[in-house]
Design a protein around this ligand. Structure first.
Ligand code: PGA
Length: 262
């Protein structure tokens, strides 16, 4: 595993190239099979980590199909409690049983459509870490916030609250995904220059909170209308370590071409 190293019997995570697919409320059993067929040959050759986050009902099947391959299974959401009367929710221990290694938290659709607060997101992160699942913490501003020049403030606040109280080694297990809301599903991508600027800024904030070594070893992904045409330009930026891909992850050929952009 390229992103692990051991020091005094402790596991440390290193900055890795990572492409995560967020299928949202899309996908099917058939898509799992076609992804596996199209991706398998190339994954042997790439140094990039690949995670697919399908809807929960597909997790087990995805796990059975990709077991032993370079594709890791991710979830799109989790509850902060581990059991109880939370109709419709899924717990971290159950995700773990389904072979889930990663989980998205704080996606803007969860924040806006389901009213998730920074505090709730923070407690989900903690629960995931306790159950050995690596969180992908999403942050990002609205168009209004960007246009009024408040985007850095938003990012500082979401990051600060989302990671508050984490031990340094837990921070290393978290990946941050910067997803400007105005770029999600709109076909409008942040220019690579704009994306690089904010990614560098995010790394600085992590450095201020946890120190430079941790910041340098944290993977920061870009998300928002990433596609085969713009992926290379984004991924060659110094502080962009990969992508969280929505729409373009639903077509195996497009997703493959994004992975090949590294
Ligand atoms: P998009 O979605 O690639 O379709 O813009 C990204 C996301 O919401 O994670």
């Amino acid at each position: 595993m390229p992103y692990l190293y051991f020091f005094f019997n402790k596991i440390f995570y290193m900055r890795a190239k990572l492409i995560a697919a967020n299928w949202k409320m899309n996908g099917s059993f058939a898509l799992i099979d076609s992804m596996q067929k199209v991706l398998s040959p190339i994954l042997e050759k790439t140094t990039c980590e690949v995670v697919i986050c399908p809807p929960d009902v597909l997790l087990s099947s995805m796990n059975n199909t990709v077991k032993g391959s370079r594709i890791a299974v991710g979830a799109q959401n989790v509850h902060s409690e581990t059991s109880g009367a939370f109709t419709g929710e899924t717990s971290a221990p159950l995700l773990q049983e389904c072979g889930v290694q990663w989980c998205i938290v704080g996606h803007s659709e969860r924040r806006m459509l389901f009213g998730e607060t920074d505090e709730f997101i923070r407690s989900k992160t903690e629960t995931l870490l306790k159950h050995g699942i690596r969180p992908i913490l999403c942050i990002g501003e609205t168009l209004e916030q960007r246009e009024s020049g408040n985007h850095e403030e938003v990012v500082v606040s979401q990051l600060g609250k989302g990671l508050s109280g984490l031990a340094a080694e837990d921070q290393l297990r978290c990946v941050v995904a910067y997803e400007p809301i105005w770029a999600i599903g709109t076909g409008v991508t942040a220019t690579s220059k704009k994306a690089q600027e904010i990614h560098a800024f995010i790394r600085t904030i992590i450095s201020e909170k946890f120190g430079n070594e941790i910041a340098e070893n944290t993977s920061i992904l870009y998300g928002g209308s990433c596609n085969p045409n713009n992926a290379k330009d984004l991924f060659t930026q110094k502080d962009i370590d990969g992508g969280l891909i929505g729409g373009a992850s639903l077509k195996a050929d497009d997703f493959l071409s994004i992975i090949n952009s590294f």
